[in-house]
Design a protein around this ligand. Sequence first.
Ligand code: DER
Length: 233
Amino acid sequence: SLLESAKKAAAFRAVDECVKDKDVVGVGSGSTVVYAVERLAERVKTEKLQLVCIPTSFQARQLIVENNLVLGDLSLYPSLDIAIDGADEVDKDFTAIKGGGGCLTQEKIVASCAKRFVVIADYTKDSQILGEQYKKGIPIEVIPLAYVPVMNKIKALYGGNVELRMAKMKAGPVVTDNGNFILDWVFLEDKFNWESVNTQLNLIPGVVETGLFVNMAERAFFGYADGSVKEKT
Ligand code: DER
C-alpha cells in the first residue's frame, strides 16, 4: 500500500544514514520498524556489519531473532549507540506521542539508554502540534489495580477523556509486555507544556510510563508514498 511504501522509505533512509559497524542498536516496535529490521539484516549481510540489537517488546525480539540479528539486552548493553523507533505523531519540537502499539515503556527505557534516538514514520505522523493528526490520545501504562483512580486523577488534572484500552483479539483490556494496562488520554486543548505534563503524569501513583517522548528524538525521518523521505528540521 502507499503507506507501507512510505514507512519503508523512511526506515531504509534512517538505517542507511544512522547505523554504522559495531553499533548497539535499539529496535523499536510497531509496523514501521519492521522495515528498519529488514534493512539492518540486509546491511549486515552485504556489508558484514557487526551489530547487537536490543528489543523494546516481544514483537521487536521476534523481529531480531527471525532476521538472524544478534540479540542483546540492557543488562549486557546498558548503553546503546542508537535507538530507531516509530511514533504515532511528532510535533514541531520533536516531541513524540508513542504507544499506539502499546510498547511505550520498554521503548522509552531503550531510547533513554541510547546516545542517539531516531524516529521513523510515514508522513501522516508529521505534525506541528500534537493532536493535529493523531486522535487516539496519549497512551499511559498503568498498574492494573490502579487504573480507575489514575483515570480520575488525569481527568481532574487535565480534563479531556480517558479510556481503558480494550483488546481486539482477546476478551478484556490490552495487557502490555510488562503485565500492565494502557489508558488512552484524549486531550482537548493544545497549549500544554508537554514536558511538565509528562512529569506530572509520571508522579501519579500507579502510572508506569507515558507515551510522551519529550526532548528525546534527535532526528525524525518521514516517508512519502512516492518513496521520497523528508527529515524534520
Ligand atoms: O507503539 C509504539 O510506540 C509504536 O512505535 C507506534 O508509536 C508506531 O507504530 P507504527 O510504526 O506501526 O505506526
